[in-house]
Design a protein around this ligand. Structure first.
Ligand code: AMP
Length: 219
């Protein structure tokens, strides 16, 4: 299986789709946001620095993110492919990623872009809830993604929480960063012939099906 990079603005559904692919193709889901959130929970200088950056919606320093990512991608479970979510976020990171791939003897694989409009994202972001136990993602503003009981995970009964940066002001900041820094990467990957664009304003099932078509065609 080839590696998959997911590129999308915040709350476009990367996490949800990654979880579906993870299960279906038995690939690990590597999210730099998750890695950084885990690191942010430790009471160290590094943890405090990351916590501060995450709360504003800015980007964590490249050297820190690279080190953590290289460490994670070097683990055995990534040898047969993985889903990368949240990285690269700018062209410098895209170039750096190729160095990381060379070190690991891996290829770029597919780049999947979930395309979705800003107003829809803003509505989604304020409704996003995540299970603290199994990581399942819900949206209280969506009829199809709402949990049956508010604050409780349908799958495991865990408590649902809202991410610190899932508020309108942090969203605006993250969205601007996405437009200015992340979107230009798409042209770079298009030229390399590895980019697939999928409409993100659709049901979870339909989007998953379109991603499947891309993956099956490329196998
Ligand atoms: P995400 O879970 O992908 O929305 O990421 C949450 C936050 O983690 C971002 O707003 C950034 O502060 C940080 N982050 C995630 N990925 C990166 C990255 N590739 N480079 C720098 N910061 C990142």
């Amino acid at each position: 299986m080839k590696n998959i990079i997911f590129i999308a603005p915040p709350a476009a559904g990367k996490g949800t789709q990654s979880a579906i692919i993870e299960k279906k193709y038995s690939l690990p889901h590597i999210s730099t946001g998750d890695i950084l959130r885990t690191e942010a929970s430790s009471d160290t200088e590094l943890g405090r620095y990351i916590r501060e950056v995450l709360s504003t919606g800015g980007l964590v320093k490249d050297e820190i993110t690279y080190d953590l990512l290289l460490k994670r991608l070097s683990q055995d479970d990534c040898k047969n492919g993985y889903i990368l979510d949240g990285f690269p976020r700018n062209l410098e990171q895209a170039y750096k990623y190729e160095e990381i791939l060379n070190k690991l003897n891996q290829n770029l694989g597919y780049v999947i872009y979930l395309d979705i409009a800003e107003d829809i994202l803003e509505k989604r972001i304020t409704g996003r809830r995540i299970c603290e136990n199994c990581g399942n993602v819900y949206n209280i503003n969506s009829e199809t993604q709402r949990p049956k009981l508010e604050s409780i995970c349908d799958k495991c009964g865990g408590r649902l929480y809202q991410r610190n940066d899932d508020n309108v002001s942090s969203f605006k900041n993250r969205y601007q960063l996405f437009l200015n820094k992340t979107k230009p990467i798409l042209d770079y990957y298009k030229e390399k012939g590895v980019l697939y664009v999928i409409n993100g304003n659709d049901t979870v099932t339909n989007i998953a099906q379109k991603i499947d078509e891309v993956l099956i065609k490329g196998m």
